[in-house]
Ligand binder design. Structure first.
Ligand code: RP5
Length: 155
């Protein structure tokens, strides 16, 4: 378009068509496929509340670059809260929180080789250094993470 041509609404309309109105607002991530059974409760709760979410498996220890990239792009992609579940030395919620400024809710999970019924993951998630907070729900309580995410979105 040259400067002499009248402005039309064609271009903004085209831009809006490209926007994904169904984009998820909550990211549900977990350290392993073995966490899926426990973490599905979060997706179910969000779906029942009409809140769009996406589910991703990525390990803070096995795929650190993938986790960092996901967290760094999360806000730009429209996500507003991230729920991160992991077991054992559960670094995932903290690593996500280190790479983005969205609220992160950690879900400590039990797994095949958990110590003390998931206390290992619980402490890994709650004992974050000052300035890099991660919320934490009860062990294996992914549903509560979803309820808390819903409250954050409604605040
Ligand atoms: C953690 O290690 C995962 O979140 C999972 O809870 C646990 C075991 O993972 P897998 O060996 O089953 O993949 O990182």
């Amino acid at each position: 378009m040259t400067e002499s041509q009248p402005q039309t609404y064609a271009e903004p309309a085209a831009a809006f068509e490209e926007l994904d109105v169904d984009a998820p607002v909550v990211g549900i991530v977990m350290g392993s496929k073995s966490d899926l059974a426990a973490m599905e409760a979060a997706e179910k709760e969000l779906t029942e509340r009409g809140i769009r979410s996406e589910v991703r498996v990525m390990s803070a220890h096995r795929e650190p670059d993938k986790v960092a990239e996901y967290a760094r792009n999360a806000r730009m992609r429209g996500l507003r809260v991230i729920i991160a579940g992991a077991g054992l030395s559960a670094a995932l919620p903290g690593v996500v929180a280190a790479h983005c400024d969205l609220p992160v809710i950690g879900v400590p999970l039990t797994s095949r080789t958990s110590v003390a019924g998931g206390l290992d993951a619980l402490l890994s998630i709650t004992q974050m250094p000052p300035g890099v907070p991660v919320g934490c729900v009860g062990v294996d309580n992914a549903r509560n993470a979803a309820v808390l995410a819903a409250r954050i979105l409604a605040a």
